[in-house]
Ligand binder design. Structure first.
Ligand SMILES: Nc1ncnc2c1ncn2[C@@H]1O[C@H](COP(=O)(O)OP(=O)(O)OP(=O)(O)O)[C@@H](O)[C@H]1O
Ligand SMILES: [Mg+2]
Length: 330
């Protein structure tokens, strides 16, 4: 884990001010270990206050530049606005800046130039850090960087507990979130004795239990088996349909094909931005961006080479419809 990152996906670095009595009390003991970043301010961003009215923008990156070493810009002029309720996928080769960008969403990193605004709150205002992290939950690739308690239920309860959620409600949320990720009955299991994929699900459950308005998944499906990956994708879509904004970083093109919008990064710059059909259906362009062609698009390309007159889509249903229409027109 890099030096600027912190351990808990959601409330890392947030003060324990709002902590309610924990499930078995264990997670509360861990809170103090993270120190205090976003102390409550006298104006604007009291902990737990409802977000100020926004213009419907979940996250706004305005002219972001960022360097780790003071020399090379890892993010080099990002202008990107994510509307509330959008399902955005961020793609790009290794080292293109995806994780660095994601870490700007919940103020784990702050830009050297430009401004990041989350639900109307600027990430460079420390008084807003609590609110930003309360509403923008983040799940990373490596679950070992994210689990904070030795027992599953305490880990899942950690985030909402620190938002001041009452014990009864906390219990409900933990059970629901574990159910959402397919870990019913795992509440009392030791986190260290779980497989990587199970740990990842616990980390995701911990973020879901906070009921965030924005969910940032940074290669969060990388450790899941194909069934787990599909399940998480389905869950993310369902939550998105209920209004959750999803920012998903993935190397799986078939996941990206299901997003509302796809953004491709290359050396810290946005090189493509549009709906999946527009961005992911041109094999030559994808290759130039070091990306694979989604399965459905490559199937359509292969069919076209054999004289079947279908458009190159990335959505399986659209290709299926076209093939059915062709068949019935014969
Ligand atoms: N803590 C750090 N200190 C210094 N440089 C870093 C740090 N973290 C990342 N970098 C560098 O910043 C660049 C972007 O890294 P980042 O992790 O954002 O890429 P990424 O697109 O998420 O890649 P991947 O697909 O491999 O996860 C890389 O060149 C990387 O080496
Ligand atoms: Mg990364």
């Amino acid at each position: 884990m890099d030096d600027k990152a912190v351990a808990h996906p959601g409330l890392a670095g947030v003060p324990a001010s709002a902590g309610a009595p924990g499930l078995a009390g264990a997670s509360g003991e861990l809170v103090g270990a993270f120190g205090s970043v976003g102390t409550s301010g006298d104006a604007g961003c009291a902990p737990g206050e409802m977000p100020r009215a926004t213009d419907g923008t979940a996250v706004d990156f305005d002219g972001i530049r960022f360097t780790y070493d003071g020399e090379a810009f890892v993010l080099d002029g990002i202008d990107l606005s994510v509307p509330e309720g959008q399902f955005l996928c961020i793609l790009g080769g290794n080292g293109s800046g995806k994780s660095t960008l994601a870490r700007h969403i919940n103020a784990l990193l702050l830009p050297d130039e430009g401004q990041v605004t989350v639900l109307g709150w600027s990430t460079d205002d420390p008084r807003c850090t609590f609110d930003i992290r309360s509403h923008a939950g983040m799940v990373f690739q490596n679950p070992d960087d994210q689990l904070v308690a030795s027992v599953v239920e305490n880990d899942v309860a950690f985030g909402p507990e620190n938002l001041g959620v009452a014990p009864d409600e906390l219990q409900r949320r933990v059970i629901e979130a574990l159910g959402n990720v397919g870990l019913q009955g795992f509440d009392l299991r030791e986190t260290t004795a779980l497989s990587g994929g199970q740990k990842q699900r616990v980390a995701i459950a911990g973020v879901l239990a906070m009921r965030p308005r924005i969910l940032v998944l940074d290669e969060a499906t990388a450790m899941l088996d194909p069934r787990g990956r599909k399940g998480l994708m389905r869950l993310a879509r369902e939550l998105n349909e209920q209004g959750l904004t999803v920012v998903m970083i993935t190397h799986f093109m078939d996941e990206a094909a299901q997003a509302d919008r796809v953004v491709v990064l290359e050396v810290g710059r946005v090189v493509a931005d549009g709906d999946p059909d527009a961005v992911l259906s041109d094999p030559a362009r994808l290759e130039s961006m070091s990306l694979d062609v989604p399965f459905v698009a490559s199937l359509a390309v292969a069919l076209r080479k054999r004289g079947v007159d279908v458009a190159v889509h990335v959505q399986p249903d659209l290709l299926k419809e076209e093939l059915c229409a062709l068949r019935s027109s014969r």
